[in-house]
Design a protein around this ligand. Structure first.
Ligand SMILES: [Fe+2]
Length: 384
């Protein structure tokens, strides 16, 4: 593996002064066997033991809520929660995740997110392998209803959000593979999906910078109240997507949904794990894979930007391969490829490349974390 050394602004995991310190890192970071030294032993991943997949009972659509989306984007907005990992599977995910060595290296806390565990792929190899296992990807595709691939961008496999308890970050170090016992049941304070209320959020309104996410729950939420995802329908109404139970997951196209996380109450812990996907079919929408939330404070910016560029180029190559097949089939039948086939396709690919360029060259700093007005992108696309 080629190693490049660069110096960037970055932070220090699990400290208050994590922004604007400077460090030197090697890129790409080699996965060294020494990183597993001292970590607890992990069993071989066995889908029959560690998974408990059942498809969701319902997939909600953009059409159902009147939310706009690109034409090539599948009409799947979010799923109902569905079982994904068995109790044993959850225990093993927690075993590797919640070790001091992993937390010391990857647990972060700062203003926007009080506690998260990020970019664990090179350290938590068992977890990384699980999410890249074909059996898990197959479950994801079945649950979402459209074939999916793991995006594989640094930090987008098994990104973990932790809702801190009264002991703060120190309390996270006391957690282990056995999920904390739930608190006694409290009476529900309202019915399902109350709309037009003004809830308090633990994560501000945003859109994701990846196309499809799977959010897996690693805590016992049996008596938890709240913790749902709130979705802004854009007309003043808010809908709540039901939160998952331990071992269950929800999937959503958070890139096209303005959403926020509601706080969980009556729970000793709330740990969720997020993994990102994109579509297998290269002709489907990929505008959700963006650099929207990749700031220079992220120590992996060079890796992430190059991953983004390669991802888009590979997508384009697949699109070109598909078009070559079509042209050759037409040629084989003795006909000629029609203008109405080739012209819009070429314009589409030019836009695709140009928008890739926009993300790399124009996203930062003005449009970080922001929706981009259509006219801004149209101006950049003017000569396409
Ligand atoms: Fe999100």
């Amino acid at each position: 593996m080629t190693t490049t050394t660069t110096t960037i602004s970055t932070g220090t995991p699990n400290s208050d002064d994590k922004i604007f310190s400077t460090t030197t890192i090697s890129l790409p970071t080699p996965v060294s066997d020494s990183t597993t030294d001292g970590l607890l032993p992990m069993p071989e991943f066995d889908p029959a033991i560690h998974l408990a997949f059942e498809p969701p009972t319902k997939r909600h659509t953009f059409s159902e809520y009147g939310i706009s989306k690109p034409d090539s984007c599948p009409d799947v907005c979010f799923t109902e929660p569905f079982p994904l990992f068995s109790e044993e599977g959850v225990r093993m995910l927690r075993r590797e995740l919640l070790q001091k060595k992993v937390l010391d290296k990857h647990l972060w806390t700062w203003d926007r997110a009080p506690c998260y565990i990020r970019a664990i792929e090179p350290t938590a190899k068992w977890i990384n392998n699980v999410w890249n296992h074909p059996a898990v990807t197959e479950c994801m595709s079945k649950a979402f209803g459209v074939p999916l691939k793991v995006l594989g961008r640094r930090g987008e496999v098994a990104h973990v959000n932790v809702q801190l308890g009264p002991e703060g970050v120190e309390g996270v170090y006391k957690l282990g593979e056995q999920p904390s016992a739930p608190f006694p049941t409290l009476p529900e304070d309202n019915g399902d999906n109350k709309q037009n209320e003004s809830p308090q959020f633990i994560d501000s309104w945003h859109r994701d910078s990846t196309q499809v996410v799977c959010v897996l729950m690693l805590s016992d939420t049996s008596t938890m109240l709240g913790g749902e995802t709130a979705i802004d329908l854009g007309d003043g109404r808010i809908v709540k997507a039901r939160g998952a139970r331990m071992g269950s997951a929800v999937m959503m196209q958070g890139c096209h949904l303005r959403h926020a996380a509601l706080p969980a109450k009556n729970a000793p812990e709330r740990i969720s794990m997020v993994t990102s996907y994109h579509f297998v079919d290269p002709d489907l929408d990929d505008s959700g894979t963006s650099l929207r939330s990749i700031s220079p404070q992220n120590m992996d910016v060079p890796v992430i930007n190059d991953h983004f560029l390669l991802h888009k180029l590979l997508k384009l190559r697949e699109r070109i391969d598909g078009m070559i097949d079509k042209v050759q089939q037409t040629q084989g039948s003795g006909a000629m490829t029609a203008r109405e086939t080739v012209e819009p396709w070429i314009v589409e690919q030019m836009k695709f490349l140009k928008l890739t360029s926009w993300e790399l060259c124009e996203r930062y700093p003005e449009w970080l974390y922001k929706d981009v007005p259509e006219e801004v992108k149209q101006k950049y696309l003017a000569n396409v």
